[in-house]
Design a protein around this ligand. Sequence first.
Ligand SMILES: CC(C)(COP(=O)(O)OP(=O)(O)OC[C@H]1O[C@@H](n2cnc3c(N)ncnc32)[C@H](O)[C@@H]1OP(=O)(O)O)[C@@H](O)C(=O)NCCC(=O)NCCS
Length: 146
Amino acid sequence: MVKEGLTTPLFKIMEDRFKNWKYPKIVEGKLTKYNWLVQHKKNLKLGKKTDMGAFTYINAKNGVVIEDNVQIGSHCSVYSISTIDNKKGKVTLKKNCKIGSHSLIMPGVTIGENSIIGAFSFVNKDIPDNVIAVGIPAKVLRKIKK
Ligand SMILES: CC(C)(COP(=O)(O)OP(=O)(O)OC[C@H]1O[C@@H](n2cnc3c(N)ncnc32)[C@H](O)[C@@H]1OP(=O)(O)O)[C@@H](O)C(=O)NCCC(=O)NCCS
């Protein structure tokens, strides 16, 4: 695979993408215009310049905090309650973290600032700041160089 070089700095791309960012309209249990959905929306705290992909599902029954600049890929699930295994707890996605597509975040988990979760991960433990974590269950792959 050829990794193409960026001709525009990453921070510039982010700046341009979010120039006109507005707080999205969320209706309980309905797809937003970006095709993600939230249940128990009154318990969701959504930061600025957040970006969620299509078909991502958030169950905020026990609280979900998504801080500023968090990016979540498509087809992710963020559960503050999991009835299959009877787990519950607030989920916190700290600022600038990124969640790869098709990942599942379990109740009670905090994902640290700037950290990246690889696609198709199952996150059932806290992830520290500034790391890349991947897998089922998600484990730290490496630190992110600053
Ligand atoms: C996690 C991620 C950021 C790592 O990217 P990277 O730093 O370029 O890492 P590499 O591709 O060099 O992979 C490093 C190792 O981790 C493994 N790996 C990478 N992503 C993985 C994932 N999601 N799950 C499991 N293992 C993964 C690679 O196979 C490789 O293992 P090896 O050293 O044994 O060969 C990237 O693979 C990823 O998952 N990005 C999410 C993309 C996405 O969801 N995009 C859509 C939303 S915008």
